[in-house]
Write a protein that binds this ligand. Structure first.
Ligand SMILES: COc1nc2nc(N)nc(N)c2nc1C
Length: 307
């Protein structure tokens, strides 16, 4: 019986990965639902085989009394902002003065909630909000319900990944339609809806909100041995994390500006909100050389779209 349950758990975790990370399901929803119901039934009959990495945790567990606090191993910093071409060229000038010509990595800035995910020996063990940058709230149980977050990864690695949890536009529209029918206050935008969903105490509610996530950094590069942000993101992909595919390297600030111009007009075609573009020096040694100000990396800047 244990074998049957373990096989179902692994299969359904795989199906979640294909559907929510690769956006390429290999089984029809009906078959997935049937297998999930079978697993829920079997785990109810044999609770000794229900583990923290079983896909049945995605439906959410007990209501929490409150959130405990989490001190981040390294501060979750904010990004310096750029609002126009002049700001971008000034950033490029500062970078070049310090480390010479560099390659940039351009990433969409998802309008969601910054979160940190900790893995120990390959298991998802803790998730937290950014909070004040030093201390956040432990929202592990809510994050466990996000199907794009792997509950266990392919190797027994221990590291922390950071990214942006968000609510797809379609889920936001559906949620507000439901709230309208129930004459409840509407969420102003997907960002507030995602933050609201993750910062309430009932994981079953979070599970019902169809949240997703894009990861953009990993803190223990020794496990990942990446030399650039590009390679770090490719390593995240390999380990089963969802990263944003619209990222592009740029050989000059002019190419960065072209990328920004493109997304300024095309962002409405995305099925999630973005509030800007994050530009990073791609080479990690250059990032090291540039370092940080008291609150932001010197090797990155966030171009913000006009509100
Ligand atoms: C290196 O620090 C960061 N990198 C980021 N990257 C993306 N794509 N989006 C963000 N919001 C973001 N935020 C921070 C603080």
């Amino acid at each position: 019986m244990e074998e049957k349950i373990r096989t179902l758990q692994d299969k359904l975790n795989r199906y979640n990965y294909e559907y929510h990370v690769l956006d390429a399901p290999t089984v029809p929803d009906g078959e997935y639902d049937k297998m999930m119901n079978e697993l829920i039934q079997l785990e109810t009959e044999h609770p000794e085989f229900k583990t923290k990495t079983s896909p049945t945790v995605r439906v959410g567990g007990e209501i929490l009394k409150g959130f405990t606090k989490v001190d981040h191993d390294t501060p979750m910093l904010s990004l310096g902002n750029a609002f126009n071409e002049g700001d971008l060229r000034a950033f490029d000038k500062r970078v070049q003065e310090a480390v010479g010509r560099v390659e940039y990595m351009c990433e969409l800035k998802i309008d969601g909630l910054a979160v940190s995910l900790k893995y120990e020996d390959g298991l998802f063990v803790q998730g937290a909000t950014r909070g004040n940058g030093t201390t956040g709230e432990n929202i592990t149980e809510n994050l466990r319900t996000i199907k794009a977050i792997p509950l266990k990864i392919d190797e027994p690695l221990s590291f922390e990944v950071r990214g942006e949890a968000y609510m797809p536009k379609k889920s936001f529209q559906k949620l507000n339609e439901q709230r309208e029918l129930r004459e409840e206050a509407l969420f102003q935008n997907p960002r507030n809806a995602a933050a609201g969903s993750l910062r309430q105490l009932d994981p079953k509610l979070a599970a019902a909100r169809n949240l997703s996530i894009f990861l953009y950094s990993v803190n223990d590069l020794t496990n990942i041995n990446a030399a650039t942000q590009s390679e770090a993101l490719e390593a995240l992909d390999r380990h089963g994390f969802k990263t944003n595919k619209e990222r592009r390297t740029a050989q000059s600030i002019d190419e960065v500006i072209e990328y920004i111009d493109y997304w300024t007009t095309h962002r409405t075609e995305l099925d999630y909100d973005i509030d800007g573009i994050v530009i990073k020096v791609n080479d990690l040694d250059h990032q090291e050389e540039l370092g940080f100000t008291v609150k932001s990396p010197r090797w990155a800047i966030a171009y913000k779209f006009p509100a």
